[in-house]
Design a protein around this ligand. Structure first.
Ligand code: MG
Length: 383
């Protein structure tokens, strides 16, 4: 049977790679519904190419423009805003929802999809950092699998198939180290937004590329790994691996380490999630071991990349500390991209926000959502 997919974040880089995988296997997958925030013209082009009849647009203004345009065919249903995204993600025909909208904008649609018992392919790691406790509890209650698309977590997921989780010694989360791995602190203070939106190995959107260059991305992934694999902070080690070929590893109690390797293209992780537990021919070529290449591993520099330390502190502190880390980081990246704060100001703003607000235990998802709003206001004030 053809698996019908709802793709949230169709116009972004994960969205594009998901389309490559679907195109490669038209007998197995159908792109049934797509959603994005603002780029409705791109959504219209995707809808036309894949004959998609259900399109959600998160941004109200973009939705109104899309309705006025004649870019969508008469039999295409347009959905608007967060509620529209939730409606689209819970359509009866949809088997799996791919959550790939940057940040936490798809939290409610993903929760709705979990309640509707759709399987989730998760790229939007921020959702777990913001509200992992409630997302994982809902998935458990509804017997829904959350399959990780983030390349590291997809690798860990694959490596964990080689043993029983009770025998896990640790998770070794690899990090490329970003574009400024070899910069001095003085050089880092002068980094401009246009330098920070280029990544040496991966082709990604601006927010995650900046996150990668501050290593806040690895901090988010540390917290993401905690929720996905129920691992304690001291069971997750971060290792810099500049080539981005080993996507992560697990070490078992007997000392054996299992790694997952593939070239730095997201199609590997996306296809794994779409076809799990089966395997089919991939979109991109695998590693060619007949050509010589080196794999290096080195410890991260916590002085140069304070976001890593802050994320670890947030994870250990627990409760809403990770919610603060995530929301303050989003505000800081946005301020950096608008030239309001320097590159090194990103970590400073996160740290200030983390000390200005209480780290508390939230009793409900609504409480987390309200608090998230407070954090964003506070962080904006602190700029
Ligand atoms: Mg990643």
């Amino acid at each position: 049977m053809i698996k019908k997919i709802a793709l949230l974040g169709a116009s972004g880089s994960i969205g594009e790679n998901t389309q490559h995988v679907i195109e490669k296997h038209p007998d197995k997958f159908e792109l049934f519904a797509i959603a994005g925030c603002k780029r409705y013209k791109k959504l219209a082009a995707i809808a036309e190419k894949f004959h998609v009849k259900h399109v959600a647009i998160g941004d109200q203004k973009a939705y109104a423009e899309a309705q006025r345009s004649n870019l969508f065919s008469g039999d295409t249903k347009l959905y608007c805003g967060e509620n529209g995204l939730s409606e689209l993600a819970t359509l009866a025909e949809v088997k799996m929802v791919i959550a790939a909208i940057v940040g936490t904008k798809s939290l409610k649609p993903v929760m709705a999809a979990i309640e509707a018992r759709k399987d989730i392919g998760l790229a939007s790691k921020e959702i777990l950092v913001m509200a992992g406790k409630f997302v994982m509890a809902a998935a458990h209650k509804n017997n829904v699998s959350i399959l990780p698309i983030d390349s590291e977590h997809n690798a860990i997921f694959q490596c964990l198939q080689s043993g029983n989780s009770k025998d896990l010694s640790k998770i070794i989360l690899t990090a490329s180290g970003g574009a400024f791995r070899n910069f001095t602190l003085e050089q880092m203070a002068k980094i401009k937004p246009e330098d920070a939106i280029q990544h040496p190995n991966w082709d990604m959107g601006p927010k995650i590329t900046v996150d990668s260059s501050t290593m806040a991305n690895k901090g988010l992934e540390l917290i993401e790994a905690h929720w996905l694999f129920n691992a304690h902070s001291n069971q997750i080690e971060i290792v810099v691996h500049p080539q981005s070929i080993v996507h992560s590893m697990v070490e078992w109690q007997d000392g054996s380490v299992i790694a997952q390797l593939s070239p730095p293209s997201m199609t590997f992780a996306i296809q794994h999630v779409l076809t799990f537990p089966e395997k089919f021919t991939g979109v991109d070529k695998p590693i060619d071991f007949t050509k010589m290449f080196n794999l290096e591993f080195l410890p991260p520099d916590l002085n140069k990349f304070p976001c890593l330390r802050l994320a670890r502190e947030a994870l250990i502190s627990g409760g809403t500390a990770s919610t603060i880390f995530n929301a303050a980081n989003e505000i800081a990246v946005d301020a950096f991209l608008k030239h309001q704060i320097p590159f090194t100001g990103i970590a400073k703003l996160i740290e200030k926000t983390m000390s200005a607000l209480p780290h508390k235990k939230a009793e409900s998802l609504d409480e987390v959502i309200d608090f998230d709003d407070t954090i964003r206001k506070k962080a904006t004030e602190l700029i």
